[in-house]
Design a protein around this ligand. Structure first.
Ligand SMILES: Nc1ncnc2c1ncn2[C@@H]1O[C@H](COP(=O)(O)OP(=O)(O)O)[C@@H](O)[C@H]1O
Ligand SMILES: [Mg+2]
Length: 323
């Protein structure tokens, strides 16, 4: 469905020197700087996959998504959507793709939501029947029906994102690109968004590429993870395999009835606050149940919580391993 081949993107930025001297000098000679945002990416995404595309800030995720959706032309290399070069056949290929950027909207601030949708219906020449059908599906998943008469300007972030997701699905794209769609969303809207991704993938077989900093999003949605840093591939594979390999530990937070700090030979104490002690242990050494059992023999336990390594830990560890 998506083929990314030897993809590079360089941005040329002209820098002005500082101060009056710099400004005068800039009249004659603009200093040009090259930023290598994407440095040779290769991957393939099959139909119906949901792929988590992650990496630290500035690693080139948005630049790659912009090239995959034809918004930016690559410096070199190519992106094929369903066999078609997106740069050369952008007009045809955009019918196959939908894109949502969490920080921006493709809706018109001055229109009611339904008017924005109508506009898109005309742009994509969507049949009325298909349009109504899609709206119905989106309403059943996201409850977007009650927002149709609301001006976009008056919407909360969560409502606007629901509007944007629906807008991106109106022409029934085969591939949906979501660039940090959950950023800033409240828990309820985040839940709705995850449900939306799962359902359009199940109902319509939509392929989804998702960038996010939220490990919950990834764990709930993605079987496959692509990790990039500095515009190069760090990892590409099965989520649980990557996590097992690069973060083979867990954290157990134990709340005791008293301010005690029981130790365990196979666990490292990460922090102590009030009656809560956080332990880090290797999954290969023991299970969380064994650790809880051992600790409860020392002191009575009030509550426990198990944490997997966070996405930022995983990115950081993957990065350090490659250095
Ligand atoms: N329009 C642009 N002009 C110049 N540099 C840019 C532009 N967009 C992004 N960059 C730079 O390219 C690199 C990758 O950015 P980006 O793709 O936005 O990363 P991410 O989405 O992973 O945070 C960063 O160093 C960023 O500053
Ligand atoms: Mg970005």
């Amino acid at each position: 469905m998506i083929t990314v081949r030897d993809l590079y993107k360089e941005y040329r930025v002209t820098e002005r020197g500082r101060g009056l001297g710099g400004t005068l000098k800039a009249l004659f000679k603009q200093e040009e700087k090259i930023i290598k945002a994407v440095n040779g990416l290769d991957f393939y995404v099959g139909k119906g996959e949901i792929v988590g595309f992650i990496g630290p800030n500035g690693s080139g995720k948005s630049t790659t998504i912009k090239m995959m959706t034809g918004i930016l032309a690559p410096t070199s290399g190519e992106v094929l959507i369903d066999g078609r070069n997106i740069t050369r056949y952008r007009k045809e290929a955009v019918r196959d793709i939908g894109v949502v950027f969490g920080q921006r909207t493709q809706l018109n601030w001055d229109l009611r939501l339904e008017e924005s949708f109508e506009l898109l219906r005309h742009i994509y020449r969507i049949e009325k029947k298909d349009y109504r059908e899609t709206l119905e599906v989106m309403d059943s998943i996201l409850g977007v029906g009650e927002l149709l008469n609301k001006p976009v300007r008056q919407m909360s972030l969560g409502q606007r994102v629901k509007g944007d997701l629906t807008a991106a699905m109106l022409h029934s794209p085969k591939v949906l690109f979501l660039d940090e769609p959950t950023i800033g969303l409240d828990v309820g809207s985040k839940y709705a968004l995850r449900k939306f991704i799962k359902e359009i993938n199940a109902i319509k077989g939509t392929t989804v590429i998702l960038t996010t900093h939220d490990l919950g999003d990834i764990q709930e949605l993605c079987e496959r993870l692509i990790i990039i840093n500095g515009g190069v591939m760090m990892e590409d594979g099965n989520l649980s395999e990557i996590v097992e390999r690069i973060a083979p530990y867990r954290t157990l937070a134990v709340e005791y009835y008293d301010a005690v700090v029981p130790e365990h030979a196979k666990a490292e104490i990460l922090s102590v606050s009030d009656n809560v002690v956080r332990y880090k242990f290797m999954k290969a050494d023991m299970t969380a149940a064994e650790l809880i059992r051992d600790l409860s023999e020392l002191y009575p336990i009030k509550d426990v919580g198990i944490e997997e390594a966070g996405i930022d830990d995983i990115i950081r560890i993957a990065y350090e391993m490659k250095k």
